[in-house]
Write a protein that binds this ligand. Sequence first.
Ligand code: GLU
Length: 552
Amino acid sequence: MDYEKLAQLLFPNITKTPEDLEIQYPPRNLPEGARVTRFAPSPTGYLHIGGLFGALTDVLTAKASGGVSYLRIEDTDKKREIDDGVSAIINGFADFGVRFDEGVTGFGTESGAYGPYTQSHRVEIYHIVAKSLVQKGLAYPCFCTAEELTALREQQEADGALIRGYFGKYAKCRDLTLEQIEENLRAGKPYVLRFRSSGSEDRRICFDDVIRGKIEMPENIIDEVLLKSDGIPTYHFAHVCDDHFMRTTHVIRGEEWLSSVPKHLALFRACGYKPPKYVHTAQVMKIDETDGAKRKLSKRKDPEAAVSYFVEKGFPKESLIEYLLTLLNSNFEDWRRANPTADAMDFPFNLKKMSSSGCLFDLQKLTDVSKNVISHMDAETVYARVKTWAQTYDPDFAALLCADAAYSTAILNIDRDVPKPRKDIAKWEDVPDYLSYFFDSRFVPSYELPQHVTAASAKAIAEAYLPVYDPSKDKDGWFARVKSICPALGYCPEVREYKKNPQDYPGHVGDVSTVIRLAVTGRTNTPDLCAIMQLLGKERVRSRLCAFAAHF
Ligand code: GLU
């Protein structure tokens, strides 16, 4: 067979060679040990938490080694694509502060010298490489129709073939003559371009996965499709061309690709390229609420599988990143304790410390992490963040907050600027309810008394407190006044004293302040009541106490 002639016949317009590409995309000039990683999503318009997980792995791996991370859009599978599915992905990363060094930066925009970074714009590159494979006799056109491929599958079933697919004696088009090919082309028959595998059923290949260690698998024997009938590459072929010419050193991708490695190594060898290091990451799992079983976090069943969920709920980006890092590297928490204020992105991430079994995404743990993260923010930051969130997701609340920024910030400052700040806000969505009693339009009175407090005592406490209440007092003075009404009500002003003889009293000063808290805020658990009352102001506090007393 005259392969040169065949190559010319199949790719008459391709004049560049792989050598030209080698010059156009030279090896990167990076320090020894620097890693080049990529995140390569399909533009589905949906960013799965597993995607954020993967992207963080890419970015941190590159950063920790002084390398480069880039974003490549894999849009060769038209079926999975949605209109402008790129922006949702880019915005998702931006929302969480994940920044690649190069690649696609928006719908139709990109930066970097190794582009284009969108596969549909790289067709010439794939055709240059494909042509060179045809020239070397390593790729051939296959004209089999869908019916013929079905017949082939049925034949393999009937034969009880252990390996299924287009290979060996089943590969009908592998040995077509140049004349037959020319005739098919003249007849306008559609064709795909297949790899001519030289693999053998009796051979095995061995490679090192950075997370999983040595892996042995049967060699690939399938004549895999490289270009589909429309000339668009398959994932396998695009992966080889792109990761070679973009000079990726570490291919970090989901474990579902592990079984394709033999194909990919065969293609790298055929092209004469050095394969990258492979890093197959485990899937993100969760415990199913219904049966307690561990399962994959699913786009269909779990709202929290979508990164957008965390934006809508108002989880600060720092919280999600902080939590994902605890899942990614077991030593993150130690590092965090040693570097409490460092930027999470400066964590010396290590691929080898990633688990090869699925990590568990636990919304409750994220909630705890987030409460801690928010507790360390100052009131101005919290105010600004809540406001931004509310402007999109709760505009009425945003209007309330903005009506008096100083009041709102002062509210958010209660119990914040102290050695042990409160940890009650996990996400911005919690704030409207948490602060509702500060706004008359949202205050909901409650008369649900603690178990041991009778309606008569509640009334008496509110009535006794009204005349002594003084908003100008500091915390100690405030508490002294609460204590001062205890004896007349029969309540013990000292908790320690009460504990010695509980039978002698209906309750202690704590119960009295709980009733006052309930009257003023409609809650039994709030931040510092003295500070709350100062902010609410005398009129509001008095009228709430009066209304409360009148209720019983
Ligand atoms: N586009 C592939 C996907 O959607 C990426 C796999 C890879 O990272 O190589 O999963």
